[in-house]
Write a protein that binds this ligand. Structure first.
Ligand SMILES: Cc1cc2nc3c(=O)[nH]c(=O)nc-3n(C[C@H](O)[C@H](O)[C@H](O)COP(=O)(O)OP(=O)(O)OC[C@H]3O[C@@H](n4cnc5c(N)ncnc54)[C@H](O)[C@@H]3O)c2cc1C
Length: 402
């Protein structure tokens, strides 16, 4: 089943984040030669803080024989405990019965494992290649990069994330990210000074900001802050203030709370802080998933709220399903089959998992810990209702018939 019977033989994969290397490896398994073009000069070593990886994303990687490389990473997340500024529990939600827990992973470690494996399999990745334009001919597509170079292949796949250039090329009026009223920070803490949270991640609606943390052991913990900030800020504007200035500002926001937030922030080494930038909302999916020889995968086409814990996993699923479709069908039919398979699922997952950033951005605790937030999280608190999201398998060998 690994022979490419369709007309596509070569692909340009734009973006070397999560979807990029997975798409390229899946295409390789489908018999299609793919090269990844990444805008940044360097790999993502040391970049990006922590993230949760859902079991559906990890299991999807079984289809391309990668899952066992990812499963040992990080630490299990067995539940999320919502609490108020005094540390009083408001709600708790755990894993659906019979489903493996979410995994907490360091983002750069996940990237490194995926990229190393792609390289080991012979997938080429070219760094410093920022796509600026693409043009189609009768028998191919040409990518033009900011450094003046070009590349040609049968199809072009946009895995270039939430600010996708490829999306704007195929749909210039597609809405982009909207500022959600919060700026976001994350950090690793090497000496947290408080006991392990035993696989759980407490999340606090503080008096002035939202705080989440998980303590893995005596020498490792992670925290993140979502800070309400009504005026929109770009990532560059947030990052213009160094961590040394942000940390005391963040610590002060939790001074009146009765949680470990302030202490954990004060124990954080400046070099372990990630100034993420603005939190952004996207529409559930982009209207145009493909045009001609160009198609979108991952955040470029479906970017859930960053607090959904599904962005990476949906990207992985889509990457592999697109490769299956291209293995079995000519590209136009393959793109249509891919969209038909993916769109209902991603739209439903996004709808079910998107926590309303508005409840975190609302301000003082009287408005933050409100009935609305509890209703949202209360819904998530019924784990069995979420089973369908996590219990998703890709049957790689099943033929796609269009
Ligand atoms: C604060 C925050 C927290 C998050 N937490 C989680 C979480 O806990 N769990 C989870 O599953 N998801 C989380 N996400 C979402 C997750 O990071 C994304 O869903 C995932 O990274 C999408 O993968 P991707 O490959 O589509 O895009 P990306 O990982 O963004 O990769 C896109 C790549 O394309 C490159 N690129 C961009 N433009 C061009 C161009 N013109 N030419 C060439 N290359 C280009 C970029 O440099 C980048 O390397 C979070 C997101 C944020 C912002």
């Amino acid at each position: 089943m690994e022979q490419n019977t369709a007309t596509v033989k070569t692909a340009l994969v734009i973006g070397g984040g999560i979807a990029g290397p997975v798409t390229a490896m899946a295409l390789q398994k489908a018999g299609i030669d793919a090269t990844v073009y990444e805008a940044y000069e360097k790999t993502a070593d040391g970049v990006g803080g922590g993230m949760s990886l859902a079991p559906n994303g990890v299991d999807a990687l079984d289809a391309i024989d990668c899952a066992d490389l990812i499963r040992p990473l990080g630490a299990p997340m067995t539940g999320i405990v919502l609490q108020d500024w005094k540390g009083r529990p408001l709600a708790e939600f755990g894993n659906p019965p019979g489903i493996r827990p979410m995994q907490f992973v360091w983002r750069d470690e996940l990237y490194r494992v995926l990229h190393d494996e792609a390289a080991r399999r012979g997938v080429r990745t070219e760094h410093g290649k920022r796509l600026v334009r693409a043009e189609e001919t009768a028998d191919g597509v040409t990518a033009h990069f900011a450094d003046g170079t070009q590349a040609i292949a049968d199809i072009l796949i946009g895995c270039d994330g939430i600010r996708s250039t490829v999306r704007s090329l195929i749909d210039p009026v597609a809405p982009g990210p909207q500022y959600a009223g919060l700026i976001s920070f994350g950090a690793r803490v090497r000496a947290p000074g408080i006991p392990s949270t035993e696989g759980k991640m407490p999340m606090t609606f503080g008096k002035k900001a939202f705080f989440g943390y998980q303590v893995f052991g005596a020498d490792d913990a992670v925290w993140f802050v979502n800070l309400p900030h009504p005026e929109p800020m770009t990532a560059a504007e947030v990052q213009a203030t160094p961590a040394a200035e942000w940390l005391p500002i963040l610590a002060e926001k939790f001074a009146a709370d009765d949680t470990p937030a302030r202490d954990l922030i004060e124990r954080t080494d400046l070099s372990d802080v990630v100034i993420v930038g603005p939190m952004e909302n996207m529409p559930p999916t982009t209207v145009t998933w493909s045009q001609g020889r160009i198609v979108l995968v991952g955040d470029a086409v479906h970017a859930p709220s960053s607090s959904s814990g599904q962005g990476a996993s949906l990207s992985i699923e889509s990457a592999i399903q697109l490769a299956r479709c291209l293995r079995d069908l000519p590209y136009a039919e393959a793109f249509a089959a891919y969209e038909a398979e993916r769109r209902p699922r991603v739209e439903r997952v996004i709808k079910e998992t998107t926590r309303k950033n508005a409840s975190k951005a609302a301000g003082p605790v009287g408005r933050v810990v409100n009935a609305y937030a509890i209703r949202i999280f209360g819904k998530l608190g019924k784990p069995e209702k979420m089973t369908w999201i996590f219990d998703y398998r890709i049957d790689w060998d099943a033929k796609v018939t269009g």
